[in-house]
Design a protein around this ligand. Sequence first.
Ligand SMILES: N[C@@H](CCC(=O)N[C@@H](CS)C(=O)NCC(=O)O)C(=O)O
Length: 230
Amino acid sequence: MSSASTKPILLYTWSTPNGYKPSILLEELKAVYPGFDYDWKSIDVWTTNEQKEPWFLAINPNGRIPALVDRSRGGFHVFESAAILYYLERHYDKDHKFAVDADKDPDAWSEIEQWVAFVHGGINVIQAQANYFRHSATDKIEYAINRYLNETKRLYSVLNTRLEGREYLAGSGKGKYTIADINAFPLVNVAPYSGINSYDEWPNLKVWLERIRARPAVQAGLSVPQALSF
Ligand SMILES: N[C@@H](CCC(=O)N[C@@H](CS)C(=O)NCC(=O)O)C(=O)O
């Protein structure tokens, strides 16, 4: 990556579900808006702890990935994966390909916000705890492992119910592929790492997952900085 890059967005990321949310949307934007492109910088949050260095804390005071700098808007900083999706949508998706026009269709926009909030405040947090107690905690606390695993499953059931007769989480009719789906997909996609070995109890969610996985931009986004294997 050249320091003289003319690409508007510089994304700081790593191969995790939260990191993949913006890289998927950026790849989707690249696919539909000729000339749009972005740079990314890998922050290895597992081994380097670069995310806790002062230069990075100036971008994200929470010291976590993802975060971005918008060179075309005076170096404006954005952190929190869901906020990044909203930001990119507002400034780089002028035709509302991955959302709706909030002024023209405020209820459809509200639905997007609701499903983003449900995942950001729910699955994001709970599944992270499921992962922590399963993989990282030095004490294997059965109660905590089961509590967060079961709560993750309950939240998946809410998504599954929402997806009954629908293809996507928000939008009228069968729904429209939006940032609500992009925000949820990378988490559901790593369910096996969280101790969920089969999606069979959520048939609507399973089909939704496959539908989104099949998108070329999603596959491209899942390889920034690299594909996750576990
Ligand atoms: N709520 C934040 C969560 C970000 C987060 O937890 N990032 C993890 C990787 S998925 C991280 O940077 N961990 C390194 C650390 O905690 O130091 C978001 O949605 O952006």
